[in-house]
Structure formats: structure tokens, C-alpha cells
Design a binder for this molecule. Sequence first.
Ligand code: FES
Length: 400
Amino acid sequence: MTLLTDKFFDSFASSVKPTEEAETLPPEIYTSQEFYEFEKDALFYREWLCVGRDEWIAEVGDFFTTSHANEPIIISRGRDGEIKAMSAVCQHRAMLVAEGKGNTRGFTCPYHHWSYDLDGKLVGAPAMGRTCNFDKAQYNLPKLKVELWHGFIFVNFDPEAESLASRMGPIEPVVANYEFASLRGPEPLSHEYPWNWKVQFENNNDGYHASRLHQGLHDFVPSSLASFPEVPRETAGYYRLNGSTHPNASFNPTEKALLPVFPKLTEEEQSRLLFVNLPPTLSLVVLNDVVIYLIMDARSPTTHGLTFGSLYHPSAFEDPEFEEKRRINDEHTADIVAQDLHVDLLVQQGLSSRFAPRGRYSWQEDAQRQLNVWLVDRYQQEWDRRRGPSAPVPRLHATS
Ligand code: FES
């Protein structure tokens, strides 16, 4: 029996009410294969998806591979110095033409040696001279749209997608002084986790658990000082602010920034943390001396990949004690992350239960309601597309 019915989508309406009235989204959207396939059309093939950082491919020929929603992707630096994004699927018989990362003059498929340049153009196809009507120009690697946002590379499978920059306006003033594009960091860690990508996203999103689950580790950034500014509904994401009990608070035993504070921050910015969420793939935890980024790539209803990295002001690397200070920060953060991972694993189990709830929210969970709005707009749009021309006008561009 199909999950996707009008009644099911109508039931989402209670999740986008004001937070004090709202309830959580149906548990099935975290567990169902059918819904995951629906999400590909609703979200992953339409939205801007973060794949990594500009500095990972600093030189011509640098490349890395990744995936979103099971689509293998190559990101490369072309001969013109521009970032390119393309499918990694060979247009001969679907072998992946690249794995991992490196520097190359082009991509030669290991199977039969069709070769593509850094833009994905097919430049060589051995022993194809006798093949009728074979036009090399028809077999380039499919291109993806690509856009850079303050050093973060985003791709989009939809050739008609509106630019990311045009949908980031309300977030720009909030992030400006952190100068994300100039920040640098060590190689991130990547793991696959056995829970739905939204469980991860909601955990990153959640101010409510900070003073509870992380009691003793997070007390200087208490849940009671969370605030949730509204942004226009068509914005690509949203953000949360969380006041701290003292300036330049940071997650380490001193509870203060150990590394250089971003130099342009105002006094007000130094008295809080910033959480930026660009669903469905990027969450930023923005402290005043480090930006932690989490890039999620959905792989199934119950698995996703997570790339977890940190960025610092360039002057941080001149400090002879940088590595030691970073280790102290990372050890403290690791304790918090371990608590989150344990919860995420068990939440996924709970969501599969016959007793999984449609729960209610605290005011400190307003960011969950913001995510619900972001999701439900897009779910409803896709459902309307599938139902055809008699369907109601999509609500995505309505103002909140
Ligand atoms: Fe790539 Fe044959 S599958 S060359």
C-alpha cells in the first residue's frame, strides 16, 4: 500500500503551525523507502547541495568525488580555473570514471578507457570507429550547476534552478563578519551513519537539548538563550542565535576561545553563537574562533554520509601551539558529538516503532518548526506536481 496519499500530505499541516501548536512530522518520512525516493524529486534533484570547500581543489586539475542521493559526483578545477561539477557515471556502460580525490589532466574510465577532460567532455573513445552514428559530443559526462557560497561549493541537478546567491540575502548580513571564504581548516572526517539524514539535521538544529543532553559541557551556551529570527520563506535556509554567558565562549575546558577570534566580529556577535542551516545538506556551528561544518549526504531512508570539519582564521596557523589548542577543542567537541551520535542512533530506532509519536515542541525547538516549513513547502510542491494541473498553486513563494 502506498504511503503517498493526499491524506498523508494533508497531515503535514500540523507541523508548520506556530511552534507552541505544532507537532512533529510523521515518523514514516524518516523510515520509508518510498518516501526517500519521493524526497529525491522533492529536494535532492532540485535544491542546492553542499559538496565541500573551494580550497580542497585549489590547483587546476585538482578533483574530489562525492555523492548526493546515490548520485556519484565529481568536482574538479578546470583549465580555466573554474570549479566544475559533473556526474561520475561513464556514458559508455556506467562505470564510475573516478574515485577518491587527486590531481589529474582528465578522467579515463578504467573499464574501456573512454577519456573525459576536466570539464567532463568526452575526448577519447578507443575502437569506436566502426560504431554507426557515434557522435562523441553526445556522450559527455552530464554537467551539474555549481555555485560558490563563501568558500562552500554547492551543486544543483536542476538546470533551471534559481541561483543560490539570490536566495541567501537575509542570511548574508548575519554571516558577513565571520568571512567564511577566508577561513581554512584541516582535512575533515567522513563517516556513514545508520539514521535518516533529517535525524542528523534536526540534531544539529536543536537548541533544546543543549542544556539537557550536554549538561556540564554546554552550560555556557544555555538553551534558555536561544533565539530564532524569522527569514522570508523563499530563503535557502535559516539561522538560530544562542547567547553565551560570557564573551567568546568556546567548547573547551576554559570555556573561552583558545584560537584567534574572527577579527571583524562586533561585541554583540562575540556574545553569542550562530547556527546556520542550509537544508538538505549543510549545517554550520559558528563559534567566534572556529566554524564547524557538517555536510550530510542522504544514501537511503536509514543511512547518510556525514563530513565533519572545522575552519579557523588564517592567523591561527601561525600560533606554534595551534595543534595543541585544536586538540583540546576537538577532545571537548568529541564528547558532545558522542552524546549526539548515541541519541541519533536510538531516535532512528524509535522512529521505526509502532509507538513512534507525533510529538509536541518546546519554544526552544523553534528551529525544528523552521525546518518543517522548509520541508513541507517542498514536499507539497512535489506532491502538487505529481497530482497534475488541477493541483493547488505551490506555496513555496508565499511569505511567512
Ligand atoms: Fe567506461 Fe566502458 S564503462 S569506458
